[in-house]
Ligand binder design. Sequence first.
Ligand SMILES: [Zn+2]
Ligand SMILES: [Zn+2]
Length: 395
Amino acid sequence: MTKRNSIENFKDEVTGWRRELHMNPGIKHEEKFAHDFIKAHLYDLGVTYKDGYGGYGIVATIEGNTNTSGKAVGLRADMDALPLTEESGQPWASKTDGVMHACGHDGHTASLLGVAKYLSETRNFDGKVHLIFQPAEEGGHGADMMIADGLFTDFPMDGVYGLHNWPFEKSGTAAIRPGPIMASVDEFTITITGRGGHAAMPHLCIDPIVIASQFMVQAQTIISRTTDPVQAAVLSFTDLHAGEGAHNVIPETCSIMGTIRTFDFDVRKNIQTKLEELLKSICAVNEATCEIEIIPHIDPTINDAVEAEFCADVMASLIGEENMERNVDPCMGGEDFGSMLRETKGAYIWIGQGTGDKNSPHDQGLHSPKYDFNDDNLPLIIDYLAELVEVKLKK
Ligand SMILES: [Zn+2]
Ligand SMILES: [Zn+2]
């Protein structure tokens, strides 16, 4: 049961919104349906908005009954889907082959529209609320694009808050932690060029496969020997390619791909630098040449300690302290809300949505083709965001 009865009363309406969004998914940078849908509903609710932030991103603003505080709070929901063929078996499954909401961003968007409905009707707060509908979270740099388009300069905020549904924990529970909660994500691509030739005459060749092998084994010491052991970091090679299927040819080139994950900006920089230095030195010793491109993809998501405690207090007031995990282990996955927390203090929370039935679509892992957002969670999420606003901007 929600603290606010009116939210329960429009649960069916918000559920309808969520399912319509689910049926009409758009991958990163192609969220036109969600964009038009959000604008139409904001218009119906009489909520003003500005679009053109990060492509299909929208920022809606609701003013409280009073604004003596001069404060503003940002609430963020992502809106993009994934390139995946849906197998959830739900009646409201994606109408587009090969595209589905497998991360529940349809639920996040519908929840934020529900918040727009509740807050625009009640306005029981002192200040302003900016509802941030963010596109291209799934590796599309949507948060950075919104920021580059003026998100925080056009709409100054005293705090920004994000959330994600969490099928790995039961509905009615939530988890947060102060400090880093999700990792940075960097992607790298390497090409080593040697000299190809006959496999029986290696002394006339420069073998890029042996060089790549030396590099990949040695690179693991960047984590084990140059990274503070109390810091978490991952360096994984995910693709290795050389040759064209022959047993008697040393190929000319070898390519490597991989990812770096950390929770700390300095650790991340050290790994990036050492990876490049190591590659260049091993190639130099072996008289090979190399190219490396490291793409800094996602910043770590780092919760402000005070804001994380505030969010935990707000959530605990709704679900009970026994259901609120305040110091959960962080996750090595990435979340581009980290960019917003780099600019403005705030916090990001996981809201459990599992049913306890491992065959339920709501209990499948994020990005599974069998996954579906749990609509029973919509009232709690709306209640949480409304409570957050009304406590933060207390009259
Ligand atoms: Zn995702
Ligand atoms: Zn997601």
